[in-house]
Write a protein that binds this ligand. Structure first.
Ligand code: PEP
Ligand code: MN
Length: 337
């Protein structure tokens, strides 16, 4: 349920509502909007709760939250959430661009890429140190050494470091180096991991599982929000279909759909979404046109030599031209990029 307070409701009235919600055995969550304050009451349905809350002072009305995801829903919060860390701003009219290699491979590689990313005007540096690979024989990432190199690249450029965390036991270590914790597609329904990043003070980039419905995706975000972390970005990275002309199928209708149903910012990954470098720029442009709040893109100084995902990685030159093309679309939509 959402308790909508009257315009100008006093703090003691809001506190009274919170206290009542908690006495009912429900969780309260206050959202202060520009005009109105609402208090969400989360948990199992309680008989008579609606009527009781409606009689409290300062309350305008009590309405049910229809979506199964509550805190992620636009029913609870209409204003878009903007996630900001270092120079990276995602949402609220700003398209945040995160770029870098699939995996951190060496000091030279990550520093070189970081400078390319910075000079092209992007604000986030991606790079996996812990890599979820389909085959156990594939390169598994540089682990802590990779994190150290990412931090060095951040110190050299000021970019915000976005890197994947695969298990809840890694939160402490990865948080020493990262600015954004990335939960990968394969872990979208790793609930202990979602709760662990929910306890973190760092923003989270949650990637859609390749077989997850929109509702499952939003409920995964709900785990993070409910645990206490409100800085969640959703990432559409493509789903598994019968199609085999691309690595995954990138369903861009999810961008406007998600904007209708959640206030969280939406990032699109055209690299994993297509798996083909020749398709990445066009899909990045399309993502911006569809209303994406951010892009996450793989780039490599020498894609043929990459230890992972080289076939979908843009060269530095390709990335600069992708930025220029996407900026034209962003400008037409009066978005900053
Ligand atoms: C990645 O970003 O390198 C990655 C492994 O992506 P995903 O989790 O979407 O497969
Ligand atoms: Mn990759």
């Amino acid at each position: 349920m959402i308790v909508v307070m009257k315009e100008g409701a006093a703090k003691w009235q809001i506190d009274g509502v919170i206290e009542h919600i908690e006495q009912l055995g429900l969780r309260s969550h206050v959202i202060e909007g520009t005009e109105l304050t609402v208090v969400a009451a989360l948990g199992e349905k309680r008989d008579g709760a609606k009527q009781a809350l409606e009689t409290l002072e300062g309350v305008d009305k009590v309405v049910p939250i229809l979506a199964p995801y509550k805190m992620a829903s636009t029913e609870v919060k209409k204003e878009p959430t903007v996630v900001e860390t270092r120079g990276l701003r995602v949402g609220g009219g700003q398209i945040g661009v995160i770029a870098g290699p699939c995996s951190v491979e060496s000091r030279q590689q990550i520093l070189e890429v970081a400078h390319v990313v910075k000079e092209a005007g992007a604000a986030g540096l991606r790079g996996g140190a812990f890599k979820p690979r389909t085959s156990p024989y594939s390169f598994q990432g540089m682990k802590e050494k990779g994190l150290e190199l990412l931090a060095e690249a951040r110190d050299a450029t000021g970019l915000a470091v976005v890197t994947e965390i695969m298990a809840k036991e890694q939160v402490e270590l990865v948080s020493k180096y990262a600015d954004v914790l990335q939960v990968g597609a394969r872990n979208m329904q790793n609930y202990p991991l979602l709760e662990a990043v929910g306890e973190s003070t760092l923003p989270v980039l949650l990637k859609r599982g390749p077989s997850a419905t929109m509702e499952e995706f939003l409920l995964a975000a709900e785990y993070i929000l409910k645990t206490g972390n409100s800085r969640v970005m959703l990432c559409e990275r493509g789903i598994r279909t019968f199609e085999d002309h691309t690595r995954f199928t990138l369903p861009l209708a999810s961008v406007p759909y998600l904007h209708q149903h959640t206030h969280l910012p939406i990032v699109v990954d055209p690299s994993h979404g297509t798996g083909k470098v020749s398709l990445v720029t066009a899909m990045a442009r399309a993502a911006v046109a569809a209303g994406a709040d951010g892009l996450i893109v793989e780039i490599h100084p020498n894609p043929d030599k990459a230890l992972s995902d080289g076939y979908q990685s843009l060269t530095p030159e390709g990335f600069r031209s992708m930025m220029a093309e996407c900026r034209k679309i962003a400008r037409a939509l009066e978005m900053q990029m």
